[in-house]
Design a protein. Sequence first.
Length: 380
Amino acid sequence: MRGWTADDPLVNPMKIIYYLTAHGYGHAVRSCAICNKFSQDVRVIFRTLIPQKFFEEEIKRPFGYSPGHFDCGCIQRDSVTVNKKETLEAYMKLADMNETRLKQEVKWVLHQGADGMVSDITPFAFELATEAGLPSVAVSNFSWYDIYEPYVGYPAFEPYLLKIRQQYEMAGLLLELMPSTGMPYFQSRLKIPLVGGVGLNVRDRLQTHLGLKKEKHLALIYLGEFGMESCAWGDLEKFKEWDFIGIYPIPGKPANYRLVSKDDFRYLDLVASVDVMISKIGYGIFTQSLMHGTPLIYLPRDDFAEFPVLEKAMVEWGHGYCLSREDYCKLNWEDVLRKVISRKRPAPQVSDGAEICAREIEKFIHGQQVPFPEKMKLGP
């Protein structure tokens, strides 16, 4: 395991506990991009249910890892459909558990010798930081308050929603990733440009490795861990001029779809190497498209507050193509694929957002640090 422990006598860093929602991997991808930009004397412990292996693949420096489950994001039927009732019931159970384990979690944080906390974007983390006397930084383009607020048709959830807002109000600073939903309840904020990593174009090596013909167009299909099994994936074979790749298997086993292992190729290198991505849309996918100049074909997402914000920005960029759910799932892609290859690929957008986040987190925590014995008195 690559990592470090709080008891390592060789380590005397600024120590940060990084609470990370396990809703998909987009939050983890941008958190890793930020972690890779921290100064050498910063050490991070990730507190999350995202698998440790993911961080080992993405992070190029020592880090700590401790599994923890403090929020649930959204419970989904597929990549774009939220089960609202199940989501709110799951969150209420976790919030009740969080209330009973608050002091225990504070003791754990202080035992690590933490100097500050970052959260993307677990609400409970900011209450923990307040109880522990630690500075806290939020990093996100949306919050769970934004997502859950339209679901308040469930009366039992209303006090939990209010508590989420109050927890976010406790954050010392919001690094507001743009484009954002606004999040006016954060007391202090700094707007941040695109945050993400950048891959290399390895198209020739990729096609050779997979035995693909160099003259064919290449598309990357990414649906995340919530698949879209109802789609007619077997019909990919009708696109004779295209090869498709992905890191997850899809039903139907079309001959022109190849599975790529992250042991062989970094995901961001795949994004940089293809003619188009075909996916849902989230902040991570959005930034990957713009920072690599890779067009995106995506489908709508109902009842998710982040979607209209990203959709607007994608339209302004001009190289996103939104299909109806019916056309997406029936693979009515002929026109949009033709349009993609008929247009000049956009130039990648260069951004130092991850670097800015890393410096601002370090500066804020350093400026707000409290000597360890004074951070919190736990009482009897």
